[in-house]
Ligand binder design. Structure first.
Ligand code: NI
Length: 255
């Protein structure tokens, strides 16, 4: 049974057909999924979905795009939401220097504040890093971001970065782009990262894997990424499902 460690079921592309999305996930062998927030409303929605549907767990946090909305009141509400037992992580948090929707200094500051929030709650973190590898690693090192573990979501770096993250107590999660023909860098990393540190995700509704590219992504499609990982590792889909499932249970302390 697979676990989609990162999806956005609260997104308007998935939410109207949530029952269908969950049914198709189950039919595809997806046992559990982590619904990830990116601002306050989406974090609240993730917790609501987790409360309502057994296979759904929640991560809550403010994405770097929305760093400018972070405030003591927002942090207070995140803290209240985190009291729900189905909230398994703080995220997605991090840095995005590709779109730069919030000033970089503010992104860094809010990333650090949320690392501290996660530490005070003894929860792992889910990291978004786009075109900000160096600063992300620097902050994680300086703030001991891996104290309670974490996940580098939709990993887009190269193998040495992955190995450094593993040393800092992080898991490396691969999404649909792993299946893209031209993604040699990602495939090389996925083939060589210690197996006990690998996770799979969809980041749905975005980033559909081959052969669903161009369609709305959903948790059921995580099997294509898992199959690609299996091919790269010389393993069967069942073996990869078993191992990544175990890893997801460990990092998110799932029951
Ligand atoms: Ni995401």
């Amino acid at each position: 049974m697979l676990i989609d460690t990162h999806c956005h079921l609260q997104d308007p592309d998935l939410l109207p057909d949530i029952e269908g999305v969950l049914r198709r996930a189950q039919e595809a062998g997806v046992e559990k999924m982590v619904c990830v927030g990116y601002d306050l409303p989406s974090s609240r929605a993730a917790v609501q979905l987790a409360q309502r549907y057994k296979p759904v767990y929640a991560a809550i946090g403010i994405h770097p795009h929305d760093a400018k909305t972070y405030s003591p009141a927002v942090e207070k509400e995140l803290r209240q939401l985190a009291a729900n037992p189905k909230v398994v992580a703080i995220g997605e948090i991090g840095l995005d220097y590709y779109r730069d929707l919030s000033p970089r200094d503010l992104q860094k500051d809010v990333f650090i504040q949320q690392i501290h929030l996660a530490q005070s709650l003894k929860k792992p973190i889910v990291i978004h890093d786009r075109d900000a590898h160096e600063d992300t690693l620097k902050i994680l090192r300086e703030e001991k971001g891996g104290q309670y573990g974490g996940v580098m979501h939709c990993f887009s770096g190269h193998l040495p970065m992955a190995l450094e993250l593993v040393k800092m107590n992080f898991y490396i999660s691969f999404a649909g782009p792993l299946t893209f023909k031209n993604n040699k860098k990602g495939q090389e990393a996925a083939a060589n990262i210690p197996m006990d540190r690998l996770l799979v995700e969809t980041d749905s509704p975005y980033l559909s894997p081959e052969p669903k590219r161009g369609k709305t992504n959903e948790p059921a499609f995580v099997r294509y990424t898992a199959q690609k990982l299996a091919d790269l590792r010389g393993k069967t889909l069942e073996e990869v499902a078993y191992l990544t499932n175990l890893n997801a249970h460990k990092i998110f302390r799932l029951k």
